[in-house]
Ligand binder design. Sequence first.
Ligand code: GAP
Length: 542
Amino acid sequence: MGNEEPAVMQKIVSLCKRRGFLFQSSEIYGGMNGCWDYGPLGVELKRNVKEAWWSEMVTHHDDISVLPGAASAYEMTGLDCSILMHPQVWKCSGHYDLFHDMMIDCKESKRRYRHDQVRGRWALLDDKRVFVTAICEPEEESEALMARAQKCFGLRAKERDRIGWDGEVVSLETVEDFDQVFGPDAKETGTLTEPREFNLMFKTNMGALFDEKSVAFLRPETAQGIFVNFKNVVDSSRVRIPFGIAQVGKSFRNEITPRNFTFRVREFEQMEVEFFCHPDSSQEWYRYWRDRRMQWYKDLGLSDSRLILREHSESELSHYSTGTADIEYAFPFLPEGEYGELEGIAHRGDFDLRSHMEGKLNPATDPLEVEVDERGKPVHRGSGKDLSYRDPVTNDKFLPHVIEPSAGADRATLAFLCEAYTEDMAPDEKGEMQGRVVLKFHPRLAPIKAAVLPLVKKDGMPEAAQEIYRDMKREFPVFYDNKGAVGRRYRRMDEAGTPFCLTVDGQTLEDGTVTLRDRDSMEQTRLPVDEAKQAIREAIRC
Ligand code: GAP
């Protein structure tokens, strides 16, 4: 993350490193772009996010009553599929042909850029007209372009006002003649190649032979593992449509410009559900999941004012989709008024099951036409297996429609971190107000639920505190800390986002009570240990 990031984001990134939430991958070797490691606090936070999701979607899901907004009662179940799958999966899903970005290379700097992310402006000097480009944050665009134009024309700083500008800053996509383009890292014009397709799937080889036949891909989404197992789940469990299959797991995309901390990375975790329903009720289910997923983020603490539900316009929809909505969050690294995607909820119709059954449709031409080779054979053959569903009660046979709520575990974790980051005032040991940094996580997400602190390291207090600590640790993650003044220990726990601190003092030894300090209000209440435990239990249960 560069210096240009808004100040608050820089503070979050540095807190994450200092307190062990996130580290750059392979840092001692200079780092690995687009890959991050979760540290001791980060791994607990992300596990809690994934567990909260699994609990909401699968384990604690109520499959008997009809929930508000739902078309009927429904079941939810889970899967954990392999990352490497048969290459035909990616042909039929469309990823092999369509999952790409348009890229341009710089022949001089050897850098590669996404075509739509290079922006620039026409600069004029005497009889020269050059499209000057820069890769930078929007608020730095004009200064960066001026600096690049100065370099391009070989001017000194005081000669900058000789440069004229034609039109506004626009995407490189609007430019046809690349000879006139001054690349973002180039020393001369005309070094950029024409845009070409770059598939985002990571390619590898399976087995001893490294030839075309051994090529395999790291999955770019968890969803396809669910589709290809649809029949297995129906045949092996007692689920009846409507039902959903959930999966949480790693996905890989060779993103050209990974950026914004863990927002756009090359290795990430997805939390996806494919919800199979009758085509007649699919629109109702789409609305149901869209609203329910939005509520989940709010229930776990994301504020209304930073969240939006954005319905895709007709032109944005995939040809097979009759509705897609994105849940987006106002991340602090984005300019004011801009939002980043947390989750997409898509109505996928029967596209995936049909493709895996009959072969991939060619969306570029006619969505109803199967792509064929010169002999008329389908190029992307499906499995040939009947993936339709026969209702055991009505005997109705149909190809289910699918609603897909697809979330990113890393993006959700980052949003909860950004939302939790707060700077306020707290009294120090002398009772004087000092600035404090506190992560106000929802107690359910907090990596550590409570800290047990003996007031001083003598008079039997550490022993009593350790007993409470051992007892509580059997139920939830707690931390024991006896180092330094108690005020300083509170602030360490505030930075880790620990919602409660239990302090053991002289009175504890007499009557078994402790003080329970609330992280957010900083209020302290004296109460019996069992009641303190119960208060923590209730807060994390939500
Ligand atoms: N099966 C549908 C699917 O994969 P997607 O919109 O490409 O849809 C779903 O991805 C979610 O996965 C996104 O909303 C985002 O949260 C997460 N995601 C996608 N690409 C990501 C990346 N490069 N880095 C981090 N998270 C990513």
